[in-house]
Design a protein. Structure first.
Length: 551
């Protein structure tokens, strides 16, 4: 900042302020007892800090009399000496003293100090303009504001604002408006200055929310939206997750290879080696009934995918074409490709208008179509490896593919930026979290790996315990905030992990043969479906006495 006599004189002349004074960082004028006393069973809480944020909270809640009483009784103010002094000088338009206070505060970063000084000078400049002192305003802009390291754009915007006000013929601003502008500047200053000079807004609420979040994160069974009381520590029992068979669906006549709940949780789709797919309706009481039997494929149906709006369903035949079904009527709306196009997997973009599918034939690659079968884009060629599985992140930003058995390729659809994750063992399946941040893959090494979609992790989180050596086993995210991972297994069991632990949280028995796929209801967080070679689909719910229904 410039420091000549001319500029200093301008500010003094404009505002009537005295010469700048140097203010050192001061501590709260509390008693020795308040300054040193510690609270809590472990003596980790400083008493004066605790009382100070309580006073701040009382002010924010509108309990100003209570806040004043607590300040008086405790001898602790929620505002620091520097903050009080700065408030007085700004409200009284003592700009030079305000600048002196900011320059005298120790431990401010250069960036913070410059931004704070900019706010003070901006208010001073505006008040010069309001009383018609254009010359002083221009001098402040050139000699006091411009040297600040706040970025050229910020200074240019201020200059443009000055010119705009001048062109509009801005007249004198009344005193009440001036006072309101000064208070707004103070609010912005308080947001800039670090503690203990000022307290972050809503500090007590933030601390309490952090404690609640920590309790939820440490609760291995947490799986609901229910409100958490401040009166007691939070704990969920295992009845919060699906651990008991509540219904067995038996309409398929052969091995059931795939299940997936709709995004709204109101339907379940399943596909089977019997060449059929079924759409099941989830009733209000949680019981599933058959809605549509989809019989058009000539070969076993290996894969299904719901449109994001849940009005359409895609089915992939094993070594066969891709079909699009109307969920309401159960009729086939379109068949994609020809008999020579072998589809291994498919996915939707968020608009429910575009689909993408991958082929195990390396010469076919990946195709993007609209719902009428018009090709939008294709990734193919002699160098394109076969596609084993693919997914589109729910936000539509990334296309994730499993190539050549051991590679995860993540393509940003908008920028075409791509990064590759290599695994040491063959990947059999892929699943993406609802928040688009994470993916999991099943490996034939009897591990499930979780990676971040952004590609920042050097190593995955690993989950073990299930059995997988030779078959395609599919896992999924599930529960409140996708807190859990579930997977099938070759030993006829279903495994559930809390994402924070590599060992299974629950192991569910009931199926008689390999469990190929699982799906967690995205709306009913206590409902899980599993598909097995024993020709059945099991619906799992929380552990409680209930009659098992067979359909």
């Amino acid at each position: 900042m410039a420091n000549g006599r001319e500029e200093m004189g301008i500010l003094k002349y404009e505002t009537g302020g005295s010469s700048p004074k140097h203010h050192k960082n001061q501590r709260d004028p509390t008693s020795m007892e308040n300054a040193t006393a510690m609270l809590g069973p472990k003596r980790l809480i400083k008493k004066h800090e605790f009382v100070r944020i309580i006073i701040q909270c009382l002010h924010s809640l509108g309990y100003k009399n209570s806040a004043s009483c607590l300040e008086s009784e405790s001898g602790i103010s929620h505002k620091s000496p520097e903050s009080k002094l700065l408030e007085m000088q700004v409200l009284n338009a003592n700009w030079e003293d305000s600048i002196g206070i900011l320059n005298g505060i120790e431990d401010l970063t250069d960036e913070t100090r410059a931004s704070a000084l900019f706010l003070v000078l901006q208010q001073c400049l505006l008040e010069c303009l309001s009383r018609g002192d254009d010359s002083s305003a221009l001098t402040i802009l050139r000699k006091r504001v411009s040297p600040l390291k706040v970025g050229r754009e910020k200074v240019h915007n201020l200059a443009a604002g000055m010119l705009s006000l001048k062109e509009m013929g801005m007249g004198k601003i009344d005193d009440s408006s001036i006072c309101e502008l000064r208070r707004k500047s103070l609010v912005e200053l308080e947001k800039l200055l670090p503690p203990p000079i000022t307290l972050p807004e809503g500090r007590l609420e933030h601390l309490v929310e952090t404690a609640i979040t920590a309790q939820m994160d440490s609760c291995i069974y947490h799986n609901s939206f229910r409100e958490i009381s401040l009166y007691e520590d939070h704990y969920c029992g295992r009845d919060q997750i699906p651990t008991q068979t509540v219904q067995i669906l038996t309409e398929h006549k052969h091995e059931v290879w795939f299940v997936q709940f709709s995004h709204n949780g109101e339907y379940l789709a399943s596909s089977s080696r019997d060449c059929a797919a079924i759409i099941w309706k989830v009733l209000e009481n949680g019981v599933l009934i058959l809605r549509h039997m989809l019989q058009s494929h000539q070969n076993p149906v290996s894969f299904v995918a719901w449109s994001p709006d849940d009005t359409m369903l895609l089915t992939c035949g094993n070594g066969e074409v891709l079909k699009l079904w109307d969920v309401e009527t159960g009729t086939c709306k379109h068949t994609f490709g020809d008999h020579g196009f072998i589809v291994s997997s498919c996915a939707w973009f968020p608009d429910s208008k575009r689909i993408v599918c991958g082929s195990s034939d390396p010469e076919k690659g990946i195709y993007m179509w609209d719902c009428d079968g018009n090709e939008i884009k294709a990734w193919k060629g002699m160098r394109m490896p076969k596609v084993l599985d693919l997914a589109v992140t729910p936000d539509g930003e990334n296309l994730i593919s499993i190539f050549s058995e051991k590679e995860i390729r993540i393509l940003n659809v908008g920028t075409n930026a791509e990064h590759v994750i290599s695994e040491d063992y063959s990947i059999t399946s892929l699943s993406v979290s609802r928040d688009s941040k994470f993916l999991i893959v099943n490996l034939n090494s009897e591990e499930i790996h979780m990676w971040d979609v952004a590609g920042k992790w050097e190593k995955p989180l690993k989950y073990t315990g299930h059995k997988q050596n030779k078959y395609v086993i599919r896992s999924c995210f599930g529960g409140f905030h996708c807190t859990f991972i579930a997977s099938g297994s070759e030993n006829s069991l279903v495994y559930i992990w809390n994402r924070g632990n590599s060992t299974p949280l629950e192991v569910l028995s009931g199926h008689l043969m390999t469990v190929n796929c699982v799906s967690w209801n995205p709306r009913r967080h206590q409902m899980l479906a599993s598909a097995s070679d024993d020709h059945t689909i099991r619906i799992w719910g929380p552990s409680q006495p209930r009659n098992i229904t067979t359909t």
